[in-house]
Design a protein around this ligand. Structure first.
Ligand SMILES: [Zn+2]
Ligand SMILES: [Zn+2]
Length: 60
């Protein structure tokens, strides 16, 4: 896998090796407000809050 294939969420600073996983994650960010979780509608405070929410609630 090339280094170019690594995907990074510019808001959370999370690194994804897999493009599909990256797109799933990006879809979690609401289009109108990147801090809002698209899966449950919760508005998070910042990237740390969002990342903690993502990892604890939506990462299996
Ligand atoms: Zn993100
Ligand atoms: Zn959520």
């Amino acid at each position: 896998m090339k280094r170019d294939d690594v995907h990074k969420c510019t808001f959370c600073c999370l690194i994804f090796q897999d493009a599909a996983m990256y797109h799933i994650h990006r879809n979690m960010h609401d289009k109108s407000d990147i801090r809002k979780c698209n899966m449950c509608g919760k508005l998070l405070q910042d990237k740390y809050d969002f990342t903690a929410h993502f990892l604890s609630m939506h990462q299996s």
